[in-house]
Design a protein around this ligand. Structure first.
Ligand code: PMP
Length: 439
């Protein structure tokens, strides 16, 4: 008898009992290659002794002290480490227990920031269709993931949505080689339509993960958003919950374009899967407004900033640095991308491969020339992910929804520790799986 209410009640969930490196084992002895780091979480791999010991050492000292009365040594250390890896001007950190909580924090911070500045009409936050910012009602209302939104409508108001930066299926029918960043201009038009005096923030996943399967914007896009935010006194929130802390081959994905957001949300990479942890790093200028104003930011969570999660976060960052994993990530990513390009040339059903570092997406199409999608009733993304699991390979199914219902994509995103031999193993099984599903 199983008492758990699983996300899919019609499926059986293997019971995982062991993890080591890029591998997991279930209670029947079956071995899985974690080629998506769970959900781009286990960035340093499973079973890292240094992190386990750091958590244990902290547990022995003190496991919890409520944030309304106390700070603690580990959270101070973690803040310093986060600031060290963040772009310059980012100098303060707030904590949460995961990605959605981090996004909620950023949302409320943006609203309060303008209240503190005496501009209370600036409260709307712009996001984009086909984005994903989390599953709490606020973060979901912000998200443009139609498939996830549909069952919870009506969602919360005042989150205007702009078109995404999705070069493979441009909303403006442009080819990225000759476009004028119409997708960025579209955000500016939305700002003007809503009135800049009503906009607090624009939130962007620098590389769109779970909904679009690693869609990378054209060079200049994020710079455009930065300038737009400066022009209209709007906060630029980078949702780096998935991309942050090494996943794309840089500390943060915005670093690829040398863009400095006002607020950075992070969670998956910083926890590495070892403890529930999220963080929101902000510019000193935001902190100053609160400090000179009411001096209060009452928003927060009971478990935010607890010393055990902080110990995990510190040890994860140390491990990434000590083993040069972010640098290695860029190289391993290039290797995988080359191999995926070869598969794309070989098979008519692969329309696009994309990504940066170890965050790669493969989009499947019925017709390569027209980019026609497969019939959504075939449920191909799910079939690929299920078949891969059967073969002992974990892939991330992107909830790709060109029009809310169509499109198939998966992400390949193994831990940053992945070796060349392991990459070859991943590609071999992946090829078998897609051949089985499509041929
Ligand atoms: N933002 C982004 C960009 C994400 O990818 C996710 C998780 N997929 C979230 C927010 C939500 O994070 P969590 O599931 O930890 O709440």
């Amino acid at each position: 008898m199983d008492y758990i209410f699983y996300p899919n009640l019609k499926k059986e969930f293997p019971i995982i009992v062991k993890g080591e490196g890029i591998y997991l084992w279930d209670n029947k002895g079956k071995k899985y290659i974690d080629a998506c780091s769970g959900a781009l979480v286990s960035n340093i791999g499973h079973g890292v002794d240094e992190v386990i010991e750091a958590i244990y050492e902290q547990m022995k000292k003190v496991e919890f002290a409520h944030r309304f009365k106390f700070s603690n040594e580990k959270i101070i250390e973690l803040s310093e480490k986060i600031i060290k890896i963040s772009p310059k001007e980012i100098s303060r950190v707030l904590f949460a227990s995961g990605g959605s909580e981090a996004v909620e924090t950023a949302l409320k911070l943006a609203r309060e920031y303008y209240v503190e500045k005496g501009k209370p009409t600036k409260y709307k936050v712009i996001s984009r269709w086909q984005s994903y910012h989390g599953n709490t009602m606020g973060a979901l209302s912000l998200s443009g993931n139609v498939a996830r939104r549909v069952r919870y409508s009506p969602l919360l108001l005042d989150f205007p949505h702009a078109e995404p930066a999705y070069c493979y299926r441009c909303s403006f029918d442009k080819n990225p080689d000759e476009c004028n960043l119409e997708c960025a201009e579209n955000i500016e038009k939305l700002v003007k339509r809503e009135g800049p005096e009503n906009i607090a923030a624009i939130i962007i996943e620098p590389i769109v993960g779970s909904t679009l399967g690693a869609a990378v914007p054209k060079d200049g896009y994020l710079q455009y958003i930065r300038e737009l935010c400066d022009k209209y006194d709007i906060l630029f929130i980078a949702d780096e919950v998935m991309t942050g802390v090494g996943r794309t081959g840089k500390n943060f994905a915005v670093d690829h374009w040398k863009v400095i957001p006002d607020v950075i949300c992070m969670a998956k990479g910083i926890s590495g899967g070892y403890a529930p942890l999220g963080a929101v790093a902000i510019k000193e200028s935001i902190y100053e407004v609160f400090k000179k104003g009411s001096g209060k930011f009452a928003h927060g969570y009971t478990f935010a900033g607890n010393p055990v999660s902080a110990a995990a976060g510190c040890a994860v960052i140390d491990y990434l640095n000590k083993n040069n994993l972010i640098e290695k990530c860029e190289k391993s990513g290039d290797l995988i991308l080359n191999k995926l390009e070869i598969l794309k040339e070989k098979y008519p059903f692969i329309g696009d491969v994309r990504g940066k570092g170890l965050m790669m997406g493969i989009e499947f199409v019925k017709n390569k020339r027209t980019k026609e999608t497969f019939d959504p009733s075939l449920g191909l993304t799910e079939r690929i992910v299920d078949k891969a699991l059967e073969e002992g390979l974990m892939l991330y199914g992107a909830a790709l929804c060109a029009d809310g219902t169509k499109g198939d994509a998966v992400m390949v995103a193994p831990p940053l520790t992945v070796t060349e031999i392991e990459i070859n193993e991943i590609i071999k099984i992946l090829e078998k799986v897609i051949k089985d599903v499509f041929e």
